[in-house]
Ligand binder design. Sequence first.
Ligand SMILES: [Zn+2]
Length: 327
Amino acid sequence: MRTLLLLAALAAPVPAAAAAAAGEAEARYGIAVQGVRLSAAGTMLDFRYTVTDPAKAAALLGHNVQPVLIDAASGARLAVPAPAKVGALRSVTARVDGRALAFRVEGARAWALAGFRSDVTPGRRSIPVEAETASGRSLRATAAVSVGPGRFPVEQITIEPGDDGEDLLAAEVLREEWTRLLGITSRVTPLPRWEGPFLLPATGPVTSIYGTRRAYNGGPPGSPHEGMDLGVAPGTPVVAANGGTVVVAQAWKVRGNAVIIDHGLGLFSGYYHLSQIGVQVGQAVSKGQPLGKSGDTGLVTGPHLHWEVVLQGMHTQPLQWTQRSFP
Ligand SMILES: [Zn+2]
């Protein structure tokens, strides 16, 4: 995966140079950068940007969710045509990059979503599919998905010594919370509960996009940003991006006050750093329903809403879910 040093290039010691670079970034990538603040050492401390040209920005944002559709009635979606008129399917199994896909079987049609992280190796995947029909007949076919390259910026984060943030970066804390999150988001409940495109969970400027790699205190870029940040003032209403069931509603160390929704079929959305949680575990929520208020709890450099969409443990590009309907 190529990394674009677009925003790191703005960390010049002269604000005028940063402004010129920002203008160039908008012309080339369709992303306008505002409010860049520089430290004496030239480190970028704070910035925000908006997508002004989605077509240009698409390459930067990346595309890493792909539907896998199996149509046993026509074979149209299969790379290798299936025999015509095989009737209803009973089960479908397939793996991509070693992971079992979660299929939803609907008569002669079945579908699954394949999610990929921002640091995935791009390229076409051939997916061997095995299916069994209701009448007990076995089918084999090959489906294909294409993972496009994404190009993501590097963001410089400064944490002052003595800040609580430094302690929170302790590897053990990060790992423990990550393991917990992975356990929760790797579960598959069989019924898809989302409908149509996802909503952005709060209204505000995007202050950090998905896939951004963060360098702390001038160090090397670390692992990619797994969601997107909305720079909203504390107390801003946060709503469910789509329908589902609340599976987490509690305070975490790094992610702060956290709400996670299970949308079914291995799809989850997470809402972090909240000042107030207004839902309970087990509660069913519909698209647009209030979940709580934004804040600055957990490991943050300022108030914001961190929002992520996770498919079977794979953190995917959240904006993709708002731009189209899956499958
Ligand atoms: Zn974030």
